[in-house]
Design a protein around this ligand. Structure first.
Ligand code: NI
Length: 255
């Protein structure tokens, strides 16, 4: 069985066709999907989709690019969503320094990243982390505020050197379409280095579409392409890679 540990079927590009998208994924053997929120509205939709379909789960939280509406009150609403049995993580939360160069915004990102880690620890939930061009500060925050239930650096795009340092913190690493891109040697080097028991497969759909579907919307049904590339890099059969990811997902997310 394949697992998409990070997808956005709650995105308006996919939401309307969600039943068809989930059916097509299952046909390809992708039987578990985690729909990830990026603000309050998208988190609510993630929970709705998880309630609607078997094998579909939700993560809720505020992405660093979507902090306009964040407040202590909205975080209480995120906490309320977590009482739903299909909510299995806080995410995606973290730091994005690619789009935000101003120190004020970066400080705000750090503040709410830490607050959401504390919420995850209070609720005993794991965390899905978005870290873009912010490896050093992400590392510092995770060292000072460890996530008790564990966390994944989703769509890992940091350096191999940073992957080695993050490994000491026992984090998981999620990989997506980029490992199939011709010019993206860095994430492939990271997959090769990272221990098998720390790897997760994800699409981040509708973004990050793997080869040969680049240019189209990404979907969970493309997970087998990503797992096949990971298996190749690890010298494992696809079945073994699949089984390993299933074990890793069970350990981190309990599903
Ligand atoms: Ni995402």
């Amino acid at each position: 069985m394949f697992i998409d540990t990070h997808c956005h079927i709650n995105d308006e590009r996919l939401y309307e066709n969600r039943a068809e998208i989930i059916r097509a994924a299952r046909e390809k053997g992708v039987c578990k999907m985690i729909v990830i929120g990026w603000d309050l509205a998208s988190s609510r939709i993630a929970v709705e989709i998880a309630n609607e379909f078997d094998g579909v789960y939700a993560a809720v939280g505020f992405h660093p690019e979507n902090l306009d509406e964040i407040s202590d009150e909205s975080l209480v609403e995120i906490e309320t969503l977590c009482s739903n049995k299909n909510v299995i993580a806080i995410g995606e939360i973290g730091l994005d320094y690619h789009w935000f160069k101003e120190q004020d915004h970066r400080n705000k990102q750090k503040e709410w990243f830490i607050k959401q880690i504390k919420l995850a620890n209070k609720l005993n939930l794991p965390v899905s982390i978005h870290a873009r061009e912010a490896s050093e500060d992400t590392f510092t925050i995770l060292k000072e505020h460890p996530v008790i239930k564990g966390c994944v650096l989703h769509c890992y795009s940091g350096s191999l050197e940073m992957a080695k340092r993050f490994s000491e913190l026992n984090v998981y690493f999620g990989f997506d379409g980029p490992i199939t891109f011709k010019n993206a040697q860095n994430p492939r080097n990271c997959v090769s280095y990272i221990p098998n028991n720390r790897l997760l497969s994800e699409t981040d759909c509708p973004y990050m579409t793997p080869v040969p579907y680049r240019g189209k919307d990404n979907k969970p049904e493309y997970i087998p392409l990503i797992v096949a590339k990971m298996a190749e890099l690890k010298g494992l059969s696809i079945e073994m890679m699949e089984k390993q990811i299933e074990e890793n997902c069970l350990k981190l997310y309990g599903i």
